[in-house]
Design a protein around this ligand. Structure first.
Ligand SMILES: C[S@@+](CC[C@H](N)C(=O)[O-])C[C@H]1O[C@@H](n2cnc3c(N)ncnc32)[C@H](O)[C@@H]1O
Length: 281
């Protein structure tokens, strides 16, 4: 077993483990879910993930701040959606390894009846899925092991838990950078948005190519040499284009610490991610 691997799961049972307890997934190649977990200070990562994460940190030293600022943006946007916007259904694609303030915890903290469907294609996230399935009694949570590049299949599965005749918030937080231009990410997002009724929202964040551009370009280059998933950074205009036909709520598409910050400390965090929340009217 890779050094440092077993304790990484902190006692969480891993479905699909081999007979000797070894995880049934490849730990020799860095995966974004585990690299991101390392940046967030988590323990669910392996030597290859830590090496990739450190290489990225050498290119862009604020990446850990950026990851934390992204989580804070996720929390604030869910609070807004469940609170001011009255959304009771969430489709969170690219969930990540569970951490503090998972979408259902924040949303059900505002409205316990909220229903949340999580989607990710990483086996490690699947292994942790039970931590995401701790719904309030009034609400519901579900987990789908699926790839964002198959939106029709995600929507069909999600419809078992969500009512697509009622407003839904689609969350695409720090995932679209893992679709390359050849994947046609704009068509994929359009397919998802087509499936939700007026009164629904799209919330997204995306690493920037036009904030600290040299550092971010170097970060993507280094990750693309070692990580299983490709990373494509995009400009503010390219990220805003995902919300084409939708109405960005205030303050629009901004570096994530500036999206309705909860404190001066949150607002002053270094970060290089465009983020926004948009209404389908
Ligand atoms: C950087 S993490 C972001 C986690 C969380 N959304 C957040 O913002 O804190 C990206 C997540 O997207 C998942 N992911 C990447 N490409 C994906 C794809 N094509 N389909 C489904 N999930 C994907 C990864 O496995 C990882 O868990």
């Amino acid at each position: 077993m890779a050094s440092g691997a077993p304790s990484a799961f902190g006692g969480t049972p891993v479905p699909g483990s081999g007979p000797d307890g070894a995880p049934a997934f490849d730990t020799s190649v860095a995966h974004i879910a585990r690299v991101y977990n390392y940046w967030l200070g988590g323990k669910d990562n392996f030597a290859a993930d830590r090496a990739a994460a450190e290489q990225a940190m050498a290119a862009y030293p604020d990446i850990a701040h950026s990851a934390r600022a992204n989580r804070a943006f996720l929390r604030r946007s869910v609070q807004f959606l469940a609170g001011d916007a009255g959304i009771r259904q969430f489709l969170d694609i690219g969930t990540g390894i569970p951490t503090a303030n998972n979408t259902h915890e924040v949303a059900q903290g505002v409205a316990p009846e909220t229903r949340v469907v999580y989607v990710d294609n990483d086996p490690v996230v699947l292994a942790h899925a039970r931590a995401l399935l701790t719904s309030s009694r009034e609400g519901a949570t579900a987990y789908i092991d699926a790839d964002l590049r198959s939106p029709a299949s995600i929507l069909a599965d999600a419809a078992k838990t969500l009512d697509f005749s009622q407003p839904v918030a689609i969350m695409l937080m720090a995932i679209l950078q893992h679709l390359s231009d050849e994947d046609d990410p704009y068509a994929i997002v359009a397919d998802l948005v087509d499936a939700i009724p007026p009164g629904s929202y799209l919330a997204l964040s995306h690493p920037a190519s036009d904030i600290e551009p040299e550092k971010l370009a170097e970060l993507a280059k280094r990750l693309n040499k070692v990580m299983a998933q490709r990373t494509t950074v995009r400009s503010r205009d390219q990220v805003a284009w995902f919300c084409d036909g939708l109405e960005l709520v205030e303050p629009g598409m901004v570096n994530v610490p500036h999206w309705r910050p909860g404190s001066a400390e949150e607002e002053s965090s270094p970060a290089a991610l465009w983020g926004g929340v948009a209404l389908k009217s």
